[in-house]
Design a protein around this ligand. Structure first.
Ligand code: URP
Ligand code: ZN
Ligand code: ZN
Length: 459
């Protein structure tokens, strides 16, 4: 059925326009004033509301065997949570570990999502070792429509690669036009500092941050950038958390290294005192890189406002309280991660736009358009334009609410952002022209989402 969204204010990067949007066959076919609709057309009145391109979360974990357990969401639960929060596409980290076969891992991750996700999705393919068959396997994966890699400089002996493997991954990525995303922390230093702290009897969650201090992240970021500089590959730092690492990344950008920066929601809003809370309260806020001293938030917001931080993701990774308690005797075994897929857009709007830290243009860019451009999804995604997929978020800026575990859709028994105020939320969310959400309720079709096939763009 055709869909007409009437009289909203369309917000794209660089433009704002009061107009109607006509959608036919999953695609935006017309944008203009007083568009006519046939009798069968579904009409949504967007008067007084903003209309955004569907938001894109460039960094989530849904299926994730990690730290002796599994992240809690399924594609069904995570995609419904995403959609209620205005995210219509997510890019999941496909994370087979060092002992797994990459191609089998890729197929496994695809099978977990197929027919389950209610929104569209793609993958970043993790390269967790580089052995004889890796090159041909990665070529197959790129040809299958996944032209972005992920490497971990952290998580020694599990996901982590050494410098040689990082070099080989980048050298191949350069040839294939693939972007390499990276978790940047020095694995050796983390391992040594963890052992030192434990030997001093420092076992609680408050010691997680001191075991991976800002300098350890800055070193990883700098090394990643130096390898990009010397291979000519294009790179993207994921979940950059602190001013020290930002300075290193910006210095690399200023000498023309092809580097882009993502920071994730928790690091803008939460600081390390959350992880210093006693017991499981602290453990809920253990993630890597860790929550930092508060002054870093100012650097992140400023970087985001200027566009030197390109995107805001979530690193969505839910573990419940029982799982977090796997680390009750040692911070080293607390499963790392925090959910956020449902809260990202509303909290970024509320604490970014409404608090005048970023403008509306940057908001749309950082939460949708720039990820679409970087990861080969633009202009199919990331813009409200004729010919683009009709992934649309009709946004009610008058809504007022509070984040709470009681109403969340993510499969977890806590919310890391509990009690934060929301000023705005999606009134209607469509995925390729189908209404999936109305006023905080999922009203759509489960399993509607499709795997987005992408082409390499980083030559
Ligand atoms: O703590 C985190 N970030 N957990 C998920 C795995 C990762 O490093 O992205
Ligand atoms: Zn990571
Ligand atoms: Zn991650």
């Amino acid at each position: 059925m055709a869909l007409l969204i009437r009289n909203g204010e369309i917000v794209n990067v660089g433009s704002r326009l009061q107009a109607d949007i006509l959608v036919e066959n999953e695609t935006i076919t017309r944008i203009g004033r007083n568009l006519e609709a046939s009798q069968k057309t579904e009409i949504i009145d967007a008067t007084g509301k903003l209309v955004f391109p569907g938001f894109i979360d460039p960094h989530v974990h849904i299926y994730l065997p990690f730290m002796a357990t599994f992240a809690k969401d399924t594609h069904e639960s995570a995609s419904i949570a995403a959609l209620i929060g205005g995210t219509t596409t997510y890019i999941e980290m496909c994370c087979p570990n060092r002992n797994d076969d990459a191609l089998q891992g890729y197929e496994l991750w695809k099978s977990k999502a197929a027919g389950k996700s209610a929104c569209d999705y793609a993958f970043h393919m993790s390269v967790t070792k580089f052995v004889e068959e890796t090159e041909s396997q990665l070529k197959q994966i790129v040809e299958d429509g996944t032209p972005s890699f992920k490497i971990f400089l952290a998580y020694k002996n599990f996901f982590g690669v050494d410098d040689g493997e990082m070099y080989q991954t980048m050298e191949l990525a350069k040839r294939l036009g693939v972007i390499v995303t990276a978790h940047c922390e020095n694995a050796e230093l983390v391992a040594r500092l963890q052992q030192k702290l434990l030997s001093e009897g420092k076992t609680g969650p408050e010691w997680h941050e001191p075991s991976r201090p800002e300098s350890v992240e800055a070193e990883g970021t700098g090394r990643f950038a130096t390898f990009l500089e010397n291979t000519g590959a294009h790179g993207y730092v994921v979940h950059l958390s602190c001013e020290k690492a930002l300075q290193v990344a910006l210095a690399a950008k200023s000498r023309s290294v092809n580097l882009w920066i993502e920071s994730v929601l928790p690091h803008f809003l939460l600081d390390k005192t959350y992880a210093e809370r006693p017991g499981v309260e602290g453990m809920k806020h253990v993630m890597s890189p860790p929550l930092r001293a508060k002054h870093n938030q100012t650097a992140l917001w400023n970087g985001l406002a200027k566009g030197s931080i390109d995107t805001v993701g979530t690193d969505h990774c839910p573990f419940d309280k029982e799982q977090k308690l796997l680390g009750k005797d040692s911070f080293v075994t607390i499963p790392n991660g925090i959910p956020g897929i449902e809260e990202r857009v509303n909290l970024l709007y509320s604490y970014g736009v409404k608090c005048s830290r970023i403008d509306l243009d940057r908001f749309v860019d950082a939460a949708s358009t720039r990820a679409a451009k970087l990861f080969g999804l633009f202009p199919q995604k990331g813009t409200v334009a004729v010919g683009s997929d009709a992934d649309l978020v009709v946004y009610d800026t008058n809504f007022r609410g509070t984040v709470t575990v009681k109403s969340q859709h993510t499969n977890n028994d806590y919310n890391g952002f509990e009690g934060m105020q929301i000023e705005g939320r999606p009134a209607v969310v469509t995925v390729r022209g189908k209404v999936q959400v109305r006023d905080g309720q999922f009203v759509g079709e489960r399993g509607r989402g499709k795997l987005l096939k992408r082409e390499p763009t980083h030559f």
